[in-house]
Design a binder for this molecule. Structure first.
Ligand SMILES: *[C@@H]1O[C@H](CO)[C@@H](O)[C@H](O)[C@H]1NC(C)=O
Ligand SMILES: *[C@@H]1O[C@H](CO)[C@@H](O)[C@H](O)[C@H]1NC(C)=O
Ligand SMILES: *[C@@H]1O[C@H](CO)[C@@H](O)[C@H](O)[C@H]1NC(C)=O
Ligand SMILES: *[C@@H]1O[C@H](CO)[C@@H](O)[C@H](O)[C@H]1NC(C)=O
Ligand SMILES: *[C@@H]1O[C@H](CO)[C@@H](O)[C@H](O)[C@H]1NC(C)=O
Length: 299
């Protein structure tokens, strides 16, 4: 019995030994998330099982852009790669370093390993490489009013600048995320998308924590991008004072002429903050405003 088993095993090795000599070809990409303009290493890992290497080739789609043939001179060859730049100094038979990766380079990449005689076995591994474009500026948050009384409904909207993939936007009140009533994605240049969300919330006096209610919009893209903008609302006061004064509550401590200068300069300062919806300020009583200033400067 034993005598017949041994030859069977030997035949098995002879028949299939060549085929199993090359295995586990894998195209690995580092980092896993590539940002537009960035660099990636395309690592072609394999298990040669001791057999000699004939060639390793890197492709994007059907286009070969790098070849390693250790028995030829030169051993490495670079072909053009539109939308990227192959760094020859940092590429070899194991990895190819691609720099300045453009959005257009996103697609199907592969590496193909061929063993030399006697097996000439070939294996190929594919990987889809995506390239991310981050938004060029932070999210823009707007609210329908600049002060709210308890019981009123706050309506906020937020937009992010174009990105790929589209940024996720979440509106928060005091760290508490609001369920957005509407999220939409809008196409932009180069296949980028900008996002807009809307949310509303009923304002209650408990939301003014320490006199302040903070509405925030946070834009994220996976775990590679996070940016936010805030709008602060202060405790509604029974005695309506000009909105601008409430922006700096400690200003009463200043001598009145400094305060008056501050009042005059503040509109300019406020306008320089891009998220502030200036047109939407409630029109306050002009006479009352002057009275307030007069009483402050003691006139
Ligand atoms: C490769 O390295 C050489 C010598 O260090 C340098 O002169 C050359 O500019 C580098 N080439 C590229 C494509 O980075
Ligand atoms: C190829 O280059 C990488 C990075 O420069 C290096 O870690 C690796 O050892 C090199 N492999 C070979 C076979 O030269
Ligand atoms: C990549 O291209 C190969 C060959 O053209 C194909 O077989 C494979 O399905 C493609 N993969 C993806 C993710 O498109
Ligand atoms: C966002 O809210 C502001 C203020 O209420 C409004 O003027 C603007 O039209 C809104 N934008 C969108 C896209 O809903
Ligand atoms: C957006 O959020 C969804 C749900 O949490 C998640 O599946 C998706 O990957 C996120 N997209 C981005 C670009 O971060």
């Amino acid at each position: 019995m034993l005598a017949t088993r041994v030859p069977l095993t030997a035949i098995f090795v002879i028949l299939f030994g060549g085929v199993t000599s090359l295995r586990d070809v894998m195209l690995l990409v580092e980092p896993s998330i590539i940002i537009r303009g960035g660099t990636a290493a395309l690592i072609c890992s394999r298990d040669m099982q001791g057999s000699p290497l004939y060639s390793v080739k890197w492709y994007r789609g059907n286009h070969e852009f790098y070849r390693y043939t250790p028995l030829e001179e030169p051993a490495t060859r670079v072909f053009g790669l539109p939308g990227g730049y192959v760094d020859m100094n940092n590429s070899n038979g194991t990895q190819v370093l691609v720099r300045r990766m453009d959005l257009s380079l996103a697609g199907n990449f592969s590496c193909e390993v061929t063993a030399d005689a006697p097996s000439f076995a070939t294996q190929i591994s594919y990987k889809f490489i995506d390239i991310i474009a981050l938004p060029e500026s932070g999210p823009v948050l707007k609210a329908d009013k600049d002060r709210y009384q308890p019981g009123e409904v706050l309506q906020a909207n937020c937009t992010s600048s174009p990105a790929r993939p589209a940024a996720n936007l979440t509106i928060y009140i005091n760290e508490e995320p609001l369920r957005s009533s509407e999220t939409s994605f809008h196409p932009s240049e180069n296949g980028l998308l900008w996002t807009s969300v809307k949310a509303d919330a009923k304002v209650s006096s408990e939301l003014f924590i320490g006199g302040r209610m903070r509405v925030a919009c946070v834009a994220t893209i996976h775990n590679v991008y996070k940016n936010s903008s805030n709008l602060d609302f202060f405790t509604p006061e029974t005695d309506p004072r000009p909105e601008r004064i409430t922006l700096n509550r400690s200003s009463k401590a200043f001598p009145s002429w400094i305060f008056l200068m501050f009042l005059l300069l503040l509109p300019m300062m406020v306008m320089s903050q891009d998220y502030f919806e200036y047109e939407d300020l409630p029109s306050y009583d002009e006479q009352k405003y002057e009275d307030t200033i007069r009483s402050m400067i003691g006139a």
